[in-house]
Design a protein around this ligand. Structure first.
Ligand SMILES: [Zn+2]
Ligand SMILES: [Zn+2]
Length: 300
């Protein structure tokens, strides 16, 4: 795949989030994709969902998710904020053990970068999973990664002006629990929640997504599927996500300012709103929401 220009412009001196990928785990194009343009035209392909948090100048670089597109995303991060030596990651936050969110760790190992002590933050079940299963346990054993625990609701102070707080969300708890993240800078706060089964399930656990949106300045939320007509032949109940149409309906009660904070991310290759000229994209935007795009920069 050709490289993409990501996050090159727009970075000022303060801390910022740079979007490094917006696709669901399998990326766009996904394995088996027939649409030829997605293999040849970088403007219609997408990396798996990932954010970088950068604090300039020289203040640090943190990554949210280690995706299968890690190689390209590290290069994009380095174009946005170069450091020596690579990988130059002060912390890598993982949400859960589905391939699009952690499989990129392999590139830190001996067969690739042979990185040294990259701090990797994971909730308890995910941490245990990584410590006890090949090939991940080798990364820890060989000192490529430095596995650090994190706990839901417990704030992690990255430096004097940046804080990250993970919290758990309901999402198919297969090999691990699933985290979402609140990322707090000196002036603004972001929410990164790429994968959830449903807003209603979360509400049963006592958290209303609308309240979470109200408490941040920008919210990157699960937009995997546009509507229920996607994925003919696959049982959608086995892969639950709030569809974008459902979320828009639910969030219609929010004021325009809160709606404009919502950037859908973790977009499946079947989601028609990926196409910038589509009717579906126009509808999302006309209702006051956005789709996250690689290279977007959000000052914190
Ligand atoms: Zn995912
Ligand atoms: Zn998942």
């Amino acid at each position: 795949m050709a490289t993409k220009e990501t996050g090159k412009s727009g970075l000022r001196n303060g801390p910022a989030i740079v979007i490094l990928g917006v696709a669901q785990d399998g990326g766009v194009p996904q394995a088996g994709e027939k649409r030829a343009d997605r293999w040849t035209d970088p403007s219609v392909s997408r990396y798996a969902a990932s954010l970088a948090l950068v604090d300039r100048p020289g203040g640090g670089r943190w990554l949210f998710e280690a995706t299968p597109d890690f190689r390209w995303q590290l290069a994009a991060l380095d174009r946005a904020m170069p450091v020596e030596p690579l990988p130059g990651i002060d912390g890598l936050f993982l949400s859960h053990a589905h391939i699009g969110h952690y499989a990129g760790l392999i590139f830190l190992g001996r067969e690739s970068m042979n990185a040294k002590d990259v701090p990797v933050y994971a909730l308890p079940r995910l941490r245990r999973f990584l410590e006890t299963n090949a090939p991940w346990e080798q990364l820890a054993r060989c000192g490529n990664i430095d596995l650090r625990g994190m706990e839901g609701g417990e704030e992690i102070e990255l430096n004097r002006s940046l804080r990250v707080t993970p919290f758990t969300v309901p999402h198919r708890q297969e090999y691990s629990e699933t985290a979402a993240f609140r990322i707090e800078g000196p002036h603004r706060t972001a929410l990164f929640l790429p994968d959830i089964d449903s807003w209603e399930l979360w509400e049963e656990e006592g958290v209303r997504v609308e309240e979470m949106i109200a408490r941040v300045d920008v919210a990157f939320l699960d937009g995997t599927f546009y509507d229920d007509a996607e994925l003919p032949g696959r049982d959608r109940s086995a892969i639950p996500h709030p569809t974008i149409t459902h979320s828009m309906k639910r969030f219609a009660s929010l004021g325009a300012a809160d709606r404009s904070k919502v950037y859908f991310i973790h977009i499946n290759h079947t989601n028609k709103a990926l196409d910038r000229e589509s009717e579906e994209r126009r509808r999302v935007e006309s209702e006051g929401f956005c789709l996250a795009e690689e290279g977007m920069v959000f000052e914190l």
